[in-house]
Design a protein around this ligand. Structure first.
Ligand code: AVJ
Length: 368
């Protein structure tokens, strides 16, 4: 089911994955196979279960069809969405120190291998990969993601921009499946889980995701975790609830379009009859749970239909005016919450970096 394709970058920007050459480059293949996690069956089941529940819910993985992935890329460039650029600025300022710290338990002959959970198109990872090549001459990079197209884009970007990187992609759902840790002798693993991706999980699920990762690491391996900070997340934090809300309800309406796109997807993929005009985007801050919630609010009382499919018979969904579908949680952390989450998964936070405004934290943790 799972297949890893391996590609090595060469020194030239015009390198083509399919025709590697050069004296120090082993033969390569690139044949990832898709693990069907986003199939029609999975969507049908998710919609049936979520829309029959009270309150109604839909899982955030449904956002990321082609249109949704493009909208998310647009979100990362919005003025209000500080997360991506802030994390990138932390990498830019501290990459050397981050990599040195991760390599601390490393024998002199050994190298760090970087593995990335939910790599997507890996746009921020380049900073860390380039620094790893600077420090150790070359690096093996293993991005894991459910999206084969995102991984292909990531591979292209990295191979053409960062000489010295060997890319081994794996199309897999890292929350459930094993990671491609076919480890070379004398290497240590630095696992990257960045971009505040962990924020989509409840604290229990987040702990389980990290435990699954930890089970596949050796003591002394490291994890670099990117978390968005709560308004009270760090001493002198310069973050207000208003900033948080704006990041999830921008004036251009891109986040609204991203949220509403899930209904367009269900209409297309399941033959449902959602009218996006009858719903509106809502973002709210839940201080008790320390999370931003995104909802789709039904503007009027209405009925929506989903035809019979692999998950069961035809479904009629009743909405009251003002009723919502809860589509996403985005948890925001205090530094203490990050430390205890890591602890619960048998990691120990060793060093943490923040931007000058204390909006975002990047934490290095060692597997115990
Ligand atoms: C991809 C989960 C990190 O929670 O900030 C962006 C997704 N949702 N705007 C986040 C998202 C609305 C994003 N993560």
């Amino acid at each position: 089911m799972l297949a890893a394709g391996e590609i090595h970058s060469r020194g030239t920007p015009s390198a083509k994955p399919s025709s590697p050459r050069g004296p120090d480059v082993p033969p390569t293949t690139f044949a990832p196979e898709t693990t069907p996690t986003n199939t029609a069956d999975a969507i049908a089941l998710e919609a049936r279960v979520g829309l029959s529940a009270k309150p109604k819910t839909l899982s955030p993985w449904l956002f990321y069809d082609e249109a949704g992935s493009n909208l998310f890329e647009q979100i990362t460039e919005l003025p209000e969405y500080y997360l991506t650029r802030t994390e990138r600025s932390i990498f830019a300022a501290h990459a050397a120190e981050i990599l040195h710290e991760a390599a601390r338990n490393q024998g002199p002959a050994g190298k760090l291998t970087l593995i990335e959970l939910g790599a997507g198109t890996a746009t921020k990872t380049g900073i860390l990969l380039a620094e790893a090549v600077r420090q150790q001459g070359s690096v093996v990079y293993q991005p894991v993601d459910v999206s084969e197209t995102a991984l292909a884009e990531a591979t292209d970007n990295i191979l053409s921009n960062i000489p010295g990187v060997t890319v081994r992609v794996q199309v897999a759902d890292y929350t459930r499946e094993a990671l491609p840790l076919n480890r070379l002798p004398n290497t240590r693993t630095l696992a990257l889980y960045i971009g505040s991706s962990i924020g989509n999980f409840t604290p229990e699920d987040a702990r389980d995701v990290l435990r699954n990762l930890r089970a596949q690491l050796l003591p002394g391996d490291t994890l670099l975790l990117g978390t968005d900070l709560a308004p009270n997340g760090a001493p002198n934090a310069n973050k207000t609830e208003a900033m948080l809300l704006a990041a999830y309800d921008d004036t251009a309406g891109t986040t609204a379009a991203f949220n509403l796109n899930v209904l367009t997807r269900l209409t297309r993929d399941l033959g449902a009859d959602f009218d996006t005009e009858n719903f509106r985007h809502r973002a709210c801050w839940n201080p008790t749970q320390s999370r931003i919630e995104m909802h789709l609010e039904s503007i009027t009382a209405q009925r929506v239909h989903i035809p019979a499919n692999s998950s069961g018979s035809a479904l009629t969904i009743n909405f009251a005016a003002g009723e919502t579908i809860h589509t996403e949680n985005s948890y925001k952390f205090t530094t203490a919450a990050v430390d205890s989450l890591l602890r619960a998964a048998n990691f120990e936070a060793t060093k943490s970096w923040q931007d000058p405004q204390h909006l975002f934290a990047v934490t290095l943790a060692t597997a115990l």
